[in-house]
Design a protein around this ligand. Structure first.
Ligand code: GAL
Length: 345
């Protein structure tokens, strides 16, 4: 074969490899290990996304196996395309209320308060109880939220206080920012057999008022507003084990809410995941609503995985499709689900 033909052929093959490598790298793969820019698995479990100045910030529980067992950790990452994540900081927290060795920090969520220019971090703060002196005591008896502030998304964060929102026991928390910028805390409250959505105060440091109470025993609560309807999702109370997550809709955030319906075939237990957050990505060509769920591995929490999928939403219907690799353009707002056989990088 003439040399030039061989060279052209090589160039062609190289460009094919480059294109497919590019595509392979740009794919979100539910349930697979998701690496950050350092090549380290992302630690942002039970997390949420804050969108600010054209950047997405992903904040969640950092369960790295080698973490100091006396501290609790929050992982903080940034991205512009929601696929490639830059590690910003591993935030370390000490027990803020002298709860004891088994204190719990879960489901961190960061809000940005424009008037005070502060990042406000809410956590589910829990443990066996503040007056419990038994060092071996475990449990979720405290049922409070903890609040921290910082001048920067990635800290350092200053502890402000802890409280029970609306004087109710509060375990799993979720966050919602409405299109008008109003900020809400979603929290599960076992004794009331339901969960609340409550508007934050002007400075976001506390909860100002109840917006709605949904009489459904659900946790992992998340809300999104789309085409005139509010969609709320949540999981049943089965600890780390997945269950059939459900949704309801309402024309206003204060209700009335429809009956709960499954988001996926119930026998799949939400494809092995638990709801954490709903993310709306609007672009030049459309809007994608992303389900962010956790595939917990209770014995190896550090290896828990993420199930992110674009939701199928109609008017008042919501369906989590079977997990498959997918791509997203944050510019156009369009998601494309690929065939399940796209090779891994
Ligand atoms: C789940 C909850 C998690 C964690 C776990 C502990 O139901 O969503 O955040 O608290 O229980 O068992």
């Amino acid at each position: 074969m003439p040399k030039y033909k061989f060279a052209t052929l090589c160039l062609f093959a190289l460009s094919l490899v480059t294109i497919s490598a590019q595509k392979v790298a740009d794919v979100i793969r539910p349930g697979e290990v998701w690496l950050d820019n350092r090549g380290t698995p992302i630690q942002a479990h039970g997390g949420g996304i804050l969108y600010l100045h054209h950047t997405y910030y992903w904040v969640g529980e950092d369960r790295t196996q080698t973490n100091d067992p006396d501290k609790r950790y929050v992982g903080c990452y940034s991205s512009t395309d929601l696929v490639h994540w830059t590690f910003l900081k591993q935030l370390a927290f000490t027990d803020p209320e002298h709860i004891g060795p088994h204190w719990i920090l879960e489901r961190p969520k960061v809000f940005y308060n424009t008037p005070t220019k502060k990042f406000v971090l809410y956590i589910h703060l829990d443990g066996p109880g503040i007056n419990n002196t038994d060092p071996n005591a475990t449990g979720y008896k405290l049922a409070r939220v903890g609040v921290y502030t910082s001048d920067h998304i990635d800290g350092p964060y200053t502890y402000i206080h802890s409280f029970r929102p609306l004087d109710q026991e509060s375990r799993d928390i979720g966050q919602f920012i409405d299109d008008d910028g109003a900020a809400y805390l979603i929290f599960e409250s076992r004794p009331t057999k339901g969960f609340f959505i409550a508007q934050l105060s002007e400075d976001y440091l506390t909860v100002a008022k109840q917006t709605t109470f949904i009489p459904a025993r659900l946790e992992g609560g998340a809300v999104v507003h789309y085409k005139g309807l509010y969609y709320v999702i949540g999981s049943h109370l089965s600890g780390w084990a997945p269950n059939p997550n459900v949704f309801a809709t309402s024309p206003t955030l204060s209700g009335p809410w429809t009956e709960m319906q499954d988001i996926a075939p119930p026998e799949t237990n939400t494809y092995g995941s638990q709801s954490s957050f709903l993310l709306k990505v609007s672009g030049s060509k459309g809007t994608t609503l992303i389900y962010m769920g956790d595939e917990w591995k209770p014995k190896e929490l550090w290896d828990s995985r993420y199930l992110w999928m674009p939701l199928d939403i109609g008017v008042g219907t919501l369906k989590l499709p079977a997990p498959a690799p997918w791509t997203l353009s944050t510019k156009s707002g369009v998601a494309t689900v690929l065939s399940a056989t796209v090779p891994s990088p």
